[in-house]
Design a protein around this ligand. Structure first.
Ligand code: NAD
Length: 384
């Protein structure tokens, strides 16, 4: 875009950020106009004690609530239908989504289905034109997806073997409650896998064809915060400063990508996860530097912006793209997250199908250099 390109930006949701901020939850529920809460979470959050801490704040405030804690990683239409049935039986309430991207996505579907009582989650395509959902308060417990910034989620329709995008403007969270204390117990490997997602959001947003002054502002600050805090939070999960910077960076990266779109790292990542079940962030890390090298001829300014955001010294040869890719490689190595595709369950015959999936994925349309299938295959061969 240039300085005369017309632009329409929908403002961000209310954000409450800070250690201990979870204590504001009762007031934030009241601000939605409801006195009761339907809490969506998962078994991992129960086991880690995070859910109990949050429920205690509701108990202390005398807020009546019900809990649905059966959301699975990469949630299914079955999870969403079962949660919605529970929520309908509970009656009018604000939906409180407490968890990582899986819980946040499922909660959006649950909230929407309550407003559309004759629908099931597999009807996702029709729900975009449907009635409003229940108001949502999102409390992310991972620092990565940025799912608290938007009104859509990715749900697995196991019966039809397809992913469905379920969403509606009404289920974009009214409040994002960002309390880094809730992430202190996230294990190191999960911190790395979810955090690298945020770094890629920032870098791909800067280089996206959909980048605009708002997304660039968010993405630049996101890259600064995530590149500094992610290795520190991985090394020492109890470092509250690092957890806080990482959480804010991941949120800003989510705001950025919602405004700009992403690119080929996510296109390949989605296809790789669909074929091998590799966790999202690990799939992204497997091809990140190689996709950046491929994209560099069309993304020089964006990679310079990313490198400057990472506070790199100006390279002696003036080649910012090379310097930025090298810095990303260093972060990836510090997180011990990069694996060859063959170790992630990919085999050679699968690679052409992964390449075709990556090229067809909607996110790839915003890549700075649009790839041919053969070019993606070359990247996959190099990382095999
Ligand atoms: N809507 C969006 O904008 C968007 C964007 C990217 C990804 N996603 C979706 O997000 C999902 C992935 O989300 P994710 O990477 O956040 O992981 P996740 O939600 O699947 O969580 C992974 C595991 O970490 C555990 N966990 C979460 N927080 C914890 C904590 N604080 N302490 C201890 N354990 C904790 C969970 O119990 C779970 O077992 C995918 O389904 C993906 O499709 C959505």
């Amino acid at each position: 875009m240039n300085s005369l390109t017309p632009l329409s930006i929908d403002g961000i949701c209310r954000v409450e950020f800070g250690p201990g901020r979870i204590d504001r939850l009762p007031a934030l529920i009241a601000a939605t106009g409801h006195t009761r809460a339907f809490v969506v979470t998962d078994r991992g959050l129960r086991a880690a004690g995070v859910a109990e801490r949050v429920l205690k704040t509701l108990d202390s405030a005398g807020i009546e609530y019900a809990v649905y804690d059966e959301v699975a990683p990469n949630p299914s239409t079955g999870n969403v239908d079962a949660g919605a049935a529970r929520a309908r039986a509970f009656g009018p309430a604000a939906v409180v989504a407490l968890g990582g991207g899986s819980v946040l996505d499922a909660a959006k579907g649950i909230s929407l289905l309550v407003g559309n009582p004759d629908a099931v989650a597999a009807d996702a395509d029709h729900l975009w034109d449907g009635a409003d959902g229940l108001p949502l308060v999102a409390i992310p417990t991972t620092s990565g997806t940025g799912a608290e910034t938007n009104g859509f989620g990715v749900i697995e329709d196991a019966a039809a073997h397809r992913k469905v995008y379920i969403g509606h403007p009404s289920v974009r969270p009214q409040v994002a409650l960002l309390d880094p204390e809730l992430t202190l117990g996230l294990p190191a490997a999960a911190t790395a896998a979810t955090g690298i997602d945020a770094l890629v959001h920032g870098i791909e947003s800067l280089a996206s064809r959909g980048a605009n002054p708002f997304s660039v502002a968010y993405a630049t600050q996101a890259v600064t915060l995530v590149s500094r805090a992610l290795p520190a939070a991985y090394r020492d999960g109890s470092d509250l400063d690092a957890r806080a910077e990482l959480m804010m960076g991941a949120h800003l990266a989510g705001q950025a990508l919602t405004l700009s779109g992403l690119g080929l790292v996510h296109g390949i990542g989605h296809a790789l996860t669909a074929h091998t079940g590799t966790p999202h962030g690990v799939a992204l890390a497997a091809v990140l530097e190689e996709v950046m090298e491929f994209s560099a001829p069309a993304a020089r300014d964006a990679y310079e912006q990313a490198g400057r955001a990472m506070r790199l010294d100006p390279p002696a040869d003036g080649d910012w793209a090379r310097a930025t890719v090298a810095a990303v490689r260093e972060i990836s190595a510090a997180l011990d997250i990069k694996r060859p595709l063959r170790e992630l369950g990919a085999d050679r015959p699968m690679l052409s199908s992964v390449a075709a999936g990556a090229v067809a994925d909607a996110v790839t349309k915003n890549a700075p250099r649009i790839p041919e299938t053969a070019e993606v295959l070359e990247i996959l061969e190099r990382t095999y």
